[in-house]
Design a protein around this ligand. Structure first.
Ligand SMILES: Nc1ncnc2c1ncn2[C@@H]1O[C@H](COP(=O)(O)OP(=O)(O)O)[C@@H](O)[C@H]1O
Ligand SMILES: [Mg+2]
Length: 314
């Protein structure tokens, strides 16, 4: 099928999947467009792996429909596998093979030669490790190898399940740089699952927030923030909650959240510079002491807490 910019290359419609009484996916709709990077962002157990494995044709939905490049898995397996590249949440390698040997082995499955192996080592920045045994690689290097394997067949669509979970910030940024370069140089499309909001924000054009098998929100970061009708956060701790005044009639207040154990207050407001002087005056009038006052822009974690009452990383 010729690729048309506004035709989705992945379309999931009303997908349900249960494991006995665990509802892993409860009516998920998803569209991925060419050359876009999409993050499936959600906490552990949200249903991310189940969803990507259904897209990958590894698991099958109880109901609902999946198409890739306009085709169903049924009857199109070989063709679809040629167009996608996968990396799993955990990849088992043969410890006694070197990096180059591992890539050569996978390259042979696709009928690719040594030159492609060299190209891949260059793309994922593993040339220095070409002779190293896989068992001796760091976590970040293993993830780069897994990414290299996913890229061998020059896929149009890359699907990565938690590619940076457990990596240190430096290794994480190195993976991000490789993915940014792929997007820029090869126009690859990507679906990536993560529970790191920074990863979704830094890498992806579209963000799909998923929890308990349902899509809670989707769009660009700007759309998610503007749909939430809040962009600014004021946070502080209250010494004595009994003295905290009723501010529910403040016109710019969108939401107030209390963290019970620490008496940390989070206010979602429309306009900090208008809100803050009024707030401070009211607190002073009531003799309500506060500490650790901070003002900042809203993050995906704030939106997630607002939607679910929990943090992404809880
Ligand atoms: N093979 C399985 N058998 C039973 N329960 C499963 C299986 N796979 C996933 N689940 C359950 O489905 C839910 C979603 O899991 P998963 O898709 O792995 O979430 P995530 O990748 O977002 O952490 C979880 O409650 C998980 O325990
Ligand atoms: Mg998972």
């Amino acid at each position: 099928m010729p690729e048309v910019k506004d035709q989705p290359i992945v379309k999931a419609v009303n997908v349900f999947k249960a494991f006995k009484d665990v509802k892993a996916l409860s009516g998920v709709d998803l569209e991925i467009f060419p050359s876009e990077f999409t993050a499936l962002l959600g906490p552990n157990g949200a249903g991310k792996t189940t969803l990507v494995e259904i897209i990958e044709g590894i698991q099958f939905p109880d109901s609902g429909e999946i198409t890739l490049f306009g085709k169903h898995w049924n009857g199109n397996k070989d063709e679809l596998y040629r167009q996608i590249g996968l990396s799993f949440q955990e990849t088992k390698f043969e410890d006694k093979l070197s990096v180059a040997e591992t890539l050569k082995l996978f390259a042979s499955f696709y009928g690719l030669d040594k030159s492609r192996v060299d190209e891949i080592m260059n793309i994922v920045n593993l040339e220095e490790k070409r002779k190293a045994y896989v068992v001796n690689l760091s976590g970040g290097q293993r993830q780069k190898l897994a990414l290299g394997i996913a890229l061998l067949n020059s896929p149009k669509l890359l699907i990565l399940d938690e590619p940076t979970t457990g990596l240190d910030p430096t290794a994480r940024r190195e993976i991000w740089a490789i993915l940014h370069a792929l997007k820029k140089n090869q126009g690859t499309s990507m679906i990536l699952t993560t529970h790191y909001m920074e990863e979704a924000e830094n890498l992806c054009d579209k963000i799909v927030i998923i929890d308990k098998g349902k899509v809670l929100a989707k769009g660009t970061l700007e759309q998610l923030i503007s749909d939430s009708n809040t962009s600014e956060i004021i946070q502080f701790k209250v010494a004595d909650r009994n003295l905290f005044p009723d501010i529910s009639n403040f016109s710019d207040l969108r939401e107030i959240q209390w963290e019970e154990t620490t008496n940390l207050v989070t206010l979602h407001v429309a306009n900090t510079s208008a809100f803050l002087p009024e707030l401070i005056t009211r607190l002073n009038n009531e003799g309500c002491k506060i500490s650790e006052l901070r003002c900042r822009y809203v993050t995906l974690d704030d939106l997630f807490i607002r939607m679910t009452g929990r943090k992404l990383t809880d």
